[in-house]
Write a protein that binds this ligand. Sequence first.
Ligand SMILES: Cc1cc2nc3c(=O)[nH]c(=O)nc-3n(C[C@H](O)[C@H](O)[C@H](O)COP(=O)(O)O)c2cc1C
Length: 218
Amino acid sequence: MMGKQSWKAGNMLYPVPAVMVSCKRAGEKPNIITVAWAGTVCSEPAMVSISVRKERYSHDIITDSGEFVINLVTEKLAGACDWCGVRSGRDCDKFREKKFTEYKSEFMDPPAIAESPVNIYCKVVNIYRLGSHDMFIGKVMGVTVDDAYMDEKGRFALEKCGLIVYSHGEYYALGRKLGKFGFSVKKTAGRSKKKTAAGAVNGTVKKKAPTGKRKDKA
Ligand SMILES: Cc1cc2nc3c(=O)[nH]c(=O)nc-3n(C[C@H](O)[C@H](O)[C@H](O)COP(=O)(O)O)c2cc1C
């Protein structure tokens, strides 16, 4: 029999992204808050969530402006991400102290962090008061990506950005690739791709990927 320990309720859904969320109230300096309780919550329309404690300086900025920008974090940005998560914008100017460049997009007033390779611009459409945290549901209004990661074919090489994850209090770089969406139902790697007359590969009839056009969509 397998042994298990029972724990009281707590957050153990890991790994998660750790992102830097930029925000701004009209006429004030922009701010950055590090958020690990962030997630994708809808594909169409594209929607995300961030959960922020009421006591954070950023909480009221996001509530008042109704806008925020999620900036993905790379290995190079990990130190700044941690720092933005232990210092408050009440006491400092995080863009200035971390020497970040404000990137003003066409989507909204709050600037993105130019040094982050992917910036997701969100409009608050709902706020759920959950307890310790308020969950802001953001509708994605647009995305900007660093064109240094665009390849000749016009594909964005996200895997080359060096994104990090957060797991149980620690930051990690991503490890090796294990497969592609749907790889479990695709033909075995390493075998010959020779097709038989019936359209079968190695004797197995080739099945379509389980979903529609975009293979990365949940
Ligand atoms: C890795 C990490 C993840 C964090 N995740 C969250 C989070 O999901 N929600 C939250 O309210 N605070 C989170 N924090 C704490 C805030 O980032 C921190 O309190 C920050 O100083 C708030 O900045 P502000 O007062 O300028 O808004 C996290 C901090 C770190 C280091």
